[in-house]
Ligand binder design. Structure first.
Ligand code: HGY
Ligand code: MN
Ligand code: MN
Length: 411
């Protein structure tokens, strides 16, 4: 078997990233949401790559495209997601699917008789950019999909279950999408780091130790809409001012944790939204994360208490609804060790680092041991069209993945 060439693999990966990155709902920026026409086009493109790589292709009830190599009952699962955030970069997700396809192709091309089969999985809903849920497709593979998720609605009021049927799937088939526990040997994912650590250490690749825990809260604040010119300041019930205080509270108490907890308000809606009307209703989504589940839970309680104090003082209504609760997920020590050996066999000193980003591995960890390989990204930038990983680093990651697969198959 001729050794895989990182330069050639990197160039191919770069071309595939660009081809997939061109599939967007909007002309001027990358937006590719779960169960949309863009998801369909991206899934079809990925399926064509899988077939060209010598994999047999299927699609499950949540739209996950599965490329299968080898007939062994026990499978090594390799995947990532093809959905994106709004105004996304092109690498977050697609790199992991492309790396899986090109690594599997290496074995398919040479007819390697591996003890484990390989399934490359392209998930359609990791970001949770369309519905107030996340990891829906990987949870289905892990047998942990909750039926109530089908009732969740997107910004246009379309329920996930209806979108699934419109996509040509039957929710009744969801249970069949789950892998049997003893068929899934492990799940591994290649992903850009989405942070600055590898670049700061001048290393192309890293082993992930754990994936950060997350709590998302939907905070609704109810005040009283009124005339911006006639209502005295002290008589107002200004939902926006209350929301602003809540956002600054989150920032202040997160800073107090000296890096143990991070908090972000990335989405805010203000109603009625006219410049000359005191806002009567504000909705903000707050994202809170920590590698320590204890620190995250304590932070959430402190934030909720602070919000109630703000609402009482300002005579505002307040509801706080958790929409995401994912514990910190450790990567399997054995897989970390094998991934480190694979990196060492390719280039550099294997770096070990935690992931501040969430990943499908948090769902797949409910099924089997998980491992992740991080790839350096320029400036640590992600969730931003400036996101970039060099062809050389991508090629090194794919070669490291093939070496991981060889080692893992040797047992
Ligand atoms: O939000 C995250 O960390 C991931 O990109 N969904
Ligand atoms: Mn992301
Ligand atoms: Mn991602």
């Amino acid at each position: 078997m001729s050794p895989p060439d990182p330069e050639a693999l990197g160039r191919r990966a770069e071309a595939m990233i660009a081809e997939l990155g061109a599939i967007s709902a909007e002309p001027g920026r990358l937006v590719r949401l779960f169960l949309t026409p863009e998801h369909r086009r991206a899934a079809d493109l990925v399926a064509s790559w899988m077939r060209a790589a010598g994999l047999s292709v299927s699609e499950d009830a949540l739209g996950t495209v599965r490329g299968r190599f080898g007939s062994a009952k026990q499978r090594l699962l390799i995947g990532s997601h093809i959905d994106t955030v709004i105004d996304a970069g092109q690498y977050d997700g697609p790199l992991g699917v492309i790396a899986g396809i090109l690594a599997a192709e290496h074995f398919a091309r040479t007819g390697a008789d591996l003890p484990l089969g390989i399934d490359v999985l392209a998930f359609g809903d990791e970001e949770g950019s369309r519905f107030p849920a996340t990891l829906a497709s990987s949870l289905a593979c892990a047998g942990a999909f909750k039926p109530e998720t089908l009732l969740l609605k997107d910004a246009r009021g379309i329920a996930l279950g209806d979108a699934l049927k419109a996509y040509g799937k039957n929710p009744a088939d969801i249970p069949a999408a789950a892998y049997r526990r003893d068929d899934a040997a492990a799940y591994v994912e290649v992903h850009i780091e989405q942070g600055p650590v590898l670049e700061s250490r001048n290393q192309p690749l890293g082993v992930v130790s754990s994936i950060i825990g997350q709590t998302f809260l939907l905070v609704e604040i109810f005040g009283e809409a009124g005339h911006a010119g006639t209502v005295p300041m002290l008589l107002r019930r200004d939902a926006m001012a209350g929301g602003a205080e809540a956002m600054l509270l989150a920032e202040r108490i997160a800073r107090d944790t000296r890096g143990e907890v991070v908090a972000t308000v990335g989405r805010l809606t203000v109603e009625p939204g006219a410049a000359n009307v005191i806002p009567g209703h504000v909705v903000l989504m707050i994202d809170m994360r920590s590698e320590s589940d204890t620190a995250r839970v304590q932070f959430v309680e402190r934030f909720k208490t602070g919000c109630r104090e703000i609402a009482d003082r300002r005579h505002l209504g307040l509801t706080i609804t958790p929409t995401r609760e994912v514990p910190t997920t450790p990567c399997d020590p054995g897989l970390q060790q094998l991934m480190g050996q694979a990196i060492a066999a390719v280039e550099g000193e294997p770096q070990r680092l935690g992931s501040g980003a969430g990943h499908d591995g948090q769902a797949m960890a409910k099924l089997c041991p998980i491992g992740m390989l991080f790839v350096r990204c320029r400036g640590g930038i992600s969730h931003n069209p400036m996101e970039y990983a060099s062809p050389r680093d991508m090629g090194l990651a794919i070669v490291a993945l093939t070496k991981f697969i060889e080692r893992f198959n040797r047992g």
